[in-house]
Unconditional design. Structure first.
Length: 168
């Protein structure tokens, strides 16, 4: 049993907090997915949805206490609450984990990094690196979400930096 307040207070197998029906049956949604998808396991879906909306500029496709689908531009990703993973193989890995996703960057192309940085700072989120023009032709910022996942909103530079050109 997880310690109190860890976000992993499992009360039973397959515990769901949702009341009512989701926007579509899980098998139909699961079978609709193609290519690479991102599923983030989070302590609090509502808190993570708020971050995604305000900082990443995401639209909410669907959200309840257990699960959410978010979209920004062409990118779509999922959130699952810790408590919904009580029977999942990752359950043990989540216990006591203060920061998640170490070593992974979640790059959100087309989200203005300056706007994302300003929204993150206004919310009190951790900005690892503020918006800056990079030699690979993107302006980007590094921002941690409430669960410690590192998001990198970026946009193409109008005139890419020439790494051979000397800067003063």
């Amino acid at each position: 049993m997880a310690k109190q307040g860890s976000g992993l207070d499992f009360l039973g197998e397959g515990m769901k907090k949702r009341t009512g029906d989701p926007w579509m049956p899980a098998p139909r949604y699961g079978q609709s997915l193609k290519g690479l998808t991102i599923n983030l396991i989070v302590r609090d879906v509502a808190r993570s949805v708020d971050f995604a909306r305000r900082v990443l500029g995401a639209a909410v496709v669907y959200a309840d206490a257990d699960f959410a689908v978010l979209r920004q531009g062409d990118a779509e990703w999922m959130l699952h609450a810790d408590h919904s993973y009580s029977d999942h193989a990752l359950k043990g890995s989540l216990v006591g984990g203060d920061v998640r996703g170490i070593g992974a960057e979640l790059r959100l192309h087309g989200r203005d990094p300056d706007q994302a940085e300003a929204a993150a700072r206004a919310r009190g989120d951790t900005v690892l690196a503020g918006a800056i023009d990079k030699p690979h032709g993107l302006r980007e910022a590094y921002i941690l979400d409430p669960d410690g996942y590192c998001w990198v909103p970026d946009r193409p530079l109008e005139a890419p930096i020439n790494p051979l050109q000397r800067r003063n």
